[in-house]
Ligand binder design. Structure first.
Ligand code: ADP
Ligand code: MG
Length: 823
């Protein structure tokens, strides 16, 4: 079906049929949807004749007798699809007729709209005759299909990203206030939050002396006593609450001149459903033009009519095994809880569902990959021995284990999907080099993707060294492709990759460009994976036929994330450092101690060492950070270290410029390198012994740890100096974790706790940060959901059983919005 607008009409026709044509499939009557639908249809370029047919069928629909309504919609449906609705199998009856819908203002019972009120014979009494395929509730209906939300309110709500009824259902309260405690006036205490039920004795509006403010003053009594109540600048309350009226008031008890009072309490006439008082009251995020009361009323009407219709994605046995409430109850309770316990159960259920969907997504991905075929690459023990002998050092035990994992994966005939995680300096590159060597030995090609040209260049050099000695590869067989590579050379490299004469290419984003094609890409290695988005990893993968994939990260991955965000990958951890590494002594300094830090740097440079100075990205802009770095470099060079050479590196320099600067630093021609955070990843300069980080409070611990890993790479004792912007005790406390541990894993866990996963993981997970209820750190929840997900997939890998239909649909929608795909 090419037009969403038409699909929508068909859904509504089916829903309407399931309800026995009571003209309520659309709130306010089917005719109500015509104007907005017409606009939508035009936008989608639905043929004019079809638009006309829909309009003429729906206009005046509410005025028809029920039998005519049915034939009219059937005719329209056939017109739109060629299929009469009755061709679908039967499903359970639709829910009972709705309660009236409240609107803003006085009476909350809304006047009937012209379409379904008045003279038309009502069909509400006739039982639903037919029930087509379980109609999806009109969740995608626009907000204006609820009486009480006009185009203007809809526009206001769209500022909260609320476009459809479904959006509203999932617009969950930010928090709750507990007004469920009822008290008589004679037992009130100052300061408590309570609800009082009483009668208005007096009420009047007074204007303050300046005439600026209108104060409504009321006296409310309940037989036990009386209470003075005031509201500021809401004079209409005096119109709506008349003397003698029974009222519920909720708020904090205050006092004035020795008497107990309430200022600006929530209020509500007692003869209505209590939404704002006498209960646990939901607090929603608001935007200009939306009041809390209006929002609650709208939410209540949407939840009451739509929640019971929600198909439950979780089958009954899943609910039972995991002690969960059905989705309808969960949604109702999360919006309008009857008790804290029921709220908790509702939240629990929604969180479980979210986590289950996430787990189903990653597990299904993993199973799908495992079912694919890929070329197998094997080498014998002699090859491995020769590789080891060609290295300038002995591999650590952890590196040997990792090498075994990769060897096994590459030989398995299925595409490898492995995440190699190891703290900065743990030696991941040599492991990747070995994998590359194995693949090339078997006649495959290898692409290695790095986030910066500095790093790509460094890998290129390392691979030439390692594989030249250990893997018999000629230097010409390993090429470097950067954005800045001259066009003629690019052409030549592309040619070589296309005809297979170049077995290994190292590069940056330039590798991903369209014209780069491989004869036989068999292994894709992605270094510092958090710097790349899902699309980029997919683009590289797409250049081969199920290539093996190795992603590498220096960010230690807490277990909870390994099971969620990275749940589709196999994990190898390098949990051991090459020998001889010195712990890096770390100090948090006050801004006033900066000159001491400079003197210390000087002493290190006198001892023939070098230093990095890092400046943070202020205001999320590399441009601004670059300027700060430029200014600092010139200040340091002129005023602080006139006798030394101070280099400068930032993200707005060209690849060549960066290269020149890095080379000068590597060769020791500059002693201090001032840089923005571009230096974060991978750079290896063994002679650097000081890492000084300005604005350290702006970085996460995991990232600081990455910076720190740039030093201490040689045999000299090394230092990391953290200088926060301001002397803030809490911040300094956080930073002090860097002094006490060099364990990247611990720091990552702390970071995850303190800053949340979005911050922690970078672009890969933008979607994961959107989880509403589930916390990505809740290991217990993750494990429960995992067990259930694998049970479901074992029994029904494609979720094709009828009892999993709703789950499958929800998963599809979830995967679309959450970008569940990894790598
Ligand atoms: P990272 O895991 O951070 O990418 P690298 O692969 O860049 O680490 O390695 C860091 C440094 O450690 C490099 O200089 C590398 O030559 C060295 N190295 C790697 N493995 C060993 C080892 N087994 N013994 C000694 N040095 C090693
Ligand atoms: Mg590295």
């Amino acid at each position: 079906m090419p037009f969403p607008a038409i699909e929508r009409v068909i859904k509504i026709i089916d829903l309407e049929a399931s309800r026995g044509h009571d003209d309520r499939a659309v709130m306010g009557g089917l005719a109500q949807m015509v104007p907005s639908w017409e606009a939508e249809a035009r936008q989608q370029h639905v043929p004019e004749a079809t638009i006309l047919s829909v309009k003429s069928s729906l206009e005046g629909y509410g005025d028809l007798p029920s039998e005519d309504r049915r034939s009219r919609l059937e005719a329209l449906r056939t017109d739109l699809t060629g299929l009469p609705e009755g061709s679908a199998p039967a499903a359970p009856a639709a829910p009972s007729p709705e309660a009236p819908i409240p609107t803003e203002g006085q009476a909350e019972a809304v006047p009937k709209t012209a379409a379904d009120g008045g003279t038309a014979p009502k069909s509400a009494g006739s039982p639903p005759r037919r029930t087509p395929t379980q109609p999806p509730p009109a969740l995608d209906a626009p907000l204006t299909s609820i009486p009480g939300i006009g185009p203007k309110s809809a526009k206001t709500l769209s500022r909260l990203d609320l476009e459809t009824l479904g959006d509203l259902l999932w617009f969950l309260p930010r928090r709750y206030v507990d007004y469920s405690e009822l008290k008589t006036i004679n037992r009130l205490w100052y300061g408590e939050e309570v609800t009082v039920l009483g009668t208005i004795d007096e009420i009047q509006v007074r204007t303050t002396r300046g005439g600026r403010m209108k104060i409504v003053e009321a006296v409310v009594s309940d037989g036990s006593g009386s209470l003075r109540v005031t509201w500021f600048n809401q004079p209409w309350i005096a119109q709506q609450l008349r003397p003698g009226e029974a009222v519920a008031l909720s708020g904090r008890v205050d006092q004035y001149l020795g008497r107990l009072t309430m200022n600006a309490p929530e209020w509500e006439p007692l003869d209505r459903q209590q939404l704002h008082t006498s209960r646990i009251v939901p607090i929603y995020s608001l935007t200009a033009g939306v009041t809390a009361r209006w929002m609650r009323r709208v939410m209540n009407s949407v939840v009451r009519r739509l929640a019971p219709q929600l198909p439950d994605p979780l089958p009954p046995d899943v609910l039972q095994r995991n002690d969960l409430v059905p989705v309808a109850e969960a949604i109702e309770q999360v919006h309008f809880p009857d008790s804290w316990e029921k709220l908790r159960r509702g939240q629990d259920r929604l969180a479980f569902e979210e986590m289950l969907l996430l787990q189903l997504g990653v597990m299904r991905q993993k199973r799908e990959w495992a079912a694919l075929k890929a070329a197998a690459y094997t080498v014998d023990e002699t090859w491995i021995e020769r590789f080891r002998r060609g290295l300038p050092y002995a591999l650590t035990a952890a590196q040997n284990h990792a090498l075994e994992d990769l060897r096994h994966d590459l030989a398995a005939g299925r595409p490898m999907n492995r995440l190699l995680q190891g703290d900065v300096g743990s030696g991941k590159t040599v492991v990747a080099a070995a994998a590359a060597g194995i693949v090339v030995a078997g006649g495959g090609q290898v692409a290695i993707l790095a986030p910066t040209s500095i790093l790509a260049e460094q890998h290129h050099r390392t691979l030439r060294d390692l594989l030249g000695a250990a893997g018999d590869l000629r230097p010409e067989g390993i090429r470097l492709l950067l954005g800045a590579t001259p066009e003629s050379e690019k052409v030549e490299i592309r040619q070589g990759l296309g005809d297979g004469s170049i077995p290994i290419v190292v590069g940056t984003h330039a590798l991903l460009e369209e014209p780069v094609q491989f004869q036989r890409l068999a292994l894709a290695v992605i270094d510092e994976q958090h710097r790349f988005g899902v699309e980029q990893r997919a683009a590289l993968r797409a250049k081969g036929d199920n290539p093996h994939l190795l992603v590498m990260t220096a960010t230690p991955i807490p277990r909870s994330l390994a099971l969620t965000v990275f749940g589709d990958l196999d994990l190898t951890v390098l949990d051991e450092m090459p020998p001889g590494r010195q712990p890096i002594e770390t100090r948090v300094l006050l801004p006033v101690e900066r000159s001491r830090a400079y003197r210390f740097v000087e002493s290190q440079i006198e001892a023939e060492h070098q230093a990095f100075f890092i400046y943070p990205l202020v205001e999320e802009s590399e441009k601004v950070a670059a300027r700060a770095a430029v200014e600092e470099q010139s200040r340091l060079q002129k005023e602080v270290f006139p006798g030394l050479a101070v280099g400068l590196l930032h993200g707005r320099m060209s690849g060549d410029e960066k290269e020149t600067v890095m080379d000068a630093f590597r060769r020791g021609e500059t002693q201090i390198l001032v840089s923005t955070s571009v230096v974060e990843v991978g750079v290896d300069v063994p002679n650097a012994t000081v890492m000084l980080i300005e604005g350290a409070n702006r970085f996460g611990l995991a990232q600081l740890h990455q910076f720190r890993g740039r030093v201490g790479r040689g045999e000299h004792p090394s230092y990391c100096l953290l200088i926060p912007d301001a002397d803030n005790e809490t911040e300094n406390e956080r930073l002090r974790a860097m002094e006490s541990t060099g364990d990247g894993f611990k720091l990552a866990e702390m970071d995850l706790e303190q800053r949340g996963p979005g911050e922690f993981l970078g672009s890969r997970q933008s979607g994961f940060a959107d989880l509403q209820m589930a916390r990505l750190t809740d290991v217990r929840l993750i494990e429960r959901a995992r067990r259930e997900a694998s049970r479901l997939l074992d029994a029904d890998p494609g979720l094709e059983l009828p009892e999993h239909a709703a789950l499958r649909r929800t998963l599809q929608a979830f995967t679309l919005t959450e970008k569940g795909d990894i790598s």
